[in-house]
Ligand binder design. Structure first.
Ligand code: DGL
Length: 268
């Protein structure tokens, strides 16, 4: 048994889509979440900068006495997983491999689209992960740099969101893909808009549920489940405005969060 919380971080609010699935699957676990909205987006930054941010975020979470790190950010996973994986004495879970596994399972015509930030797409991590699982699959990638600011602004389904999603995704639709990997944890918040643009023939694949399953597996393997008689605690931290974080987090999690705290992440 291990009563310490799970530490989850993202460049902002997107990782809450992962937190939500972890909470559904593991309702007795406590979670500490850090959203680095003050330095988002990560996806347009250099690999070195994203690596620096990733280590700072992890050092902050380690200060909260966590038992596991979940990198709920594709960009941070893509840029730093090889460095991070063995740098800490607690397990680290990332989001790319689980997303690739689920896309390979979903495709029938073996044509998969992958969308993500510029950094994630340029890193080629999804191509590598999907091709390793099934080399016969054709992969079509597209970076969508305006999606993260749209989500952080709370514009998930308005006309501007539809127009921007069309601009990025209609060329991808023409490739005849039957599955589309939402390779950024912010993108599930644009689910309805993306799904409207792509149409019924394209299955949208988000890694959030698969990541939650991996977290459960690791906890079981390490015998590290929390005592289910103790009520779980959720703590939220952000590097930007607490009010803005709380208001958007409330919409994402469908509940009221009043306890977010601001962190000076550059200290870590
Ligand atoms: N949620 C992050 C990801 O999964 C967003 C990246 C960003 O801040 O640009 O890639």
């Amino acid at each position: 048994m291990d009563n310490r919380p799970i530490g989850v971080f993202d460049s902002g609010l997107g990782g809450l889509t992962v937190l939500k699935e972890i909470r559904n699957l593991l309702p007795t676990e406590s979670i500490v979440y850090f959203g680095d909205s003050g330095r988002a987006p990560y996806g347009t930054k250099s690999k070195e900068t994203v690596i620096k941010y990733t280590f700072q975020n992890i050092r902050f979470l380690l200060n909260q006495d966590i038992k596991m790190i979940v990198i709920a950010c594709n960009t941070a996973s893509a840029c730093s997983i090889d460095l991070v994986k063995h740098s800490f004495d607690i397990p680290v879970v990332e989001v790319v491999e689980p997303g690739a596994v689920s896309a390979v399972r979903e495709t029938v015509n073996k044509k998969i689209g992958v969308i993500g930030t510029v950094a994630t797409v340029n890193s080629g991590v999804y191509e590598k992960a999907i091709s390793r699982l099934d080399p016969s699959i054709e992969i079509f990638q597209k970076a969508c740099p305006l999606f993260v600011p749209l989500v952080e602004e709370g514009w998930w389904e308005n006309d501007i969101a539809v127009r921007i999603v069309e601009e990025y995704l209609l060329p991808l639709k023409e490739k005849g893909i039957d599955s589309l990997v939402l390779g950024c944890t912010h993108y599930p918040l644009l689910y309805n808009t993306i799904s409207k643009v792509m149409g019924e023939g394209v299955k949208l694949v988000s890694s959030a549920l698969e990541v939650a399953k991996v977290v459960k597996e690791v906890i079981n393997k390490n015998n590290a489940a929390r005592d289910d008689k103790i009520t779980p605690v959720y703590r939220f931290y952000t590097s930007d405005s607490v009010e803005k974080f709380e208001s958007l987090a409330n919409s994402i999690l469908n509940e009221k969060i009043h306890s977010a705290e601001k962190v000076d992440i550059e200290r870590y």
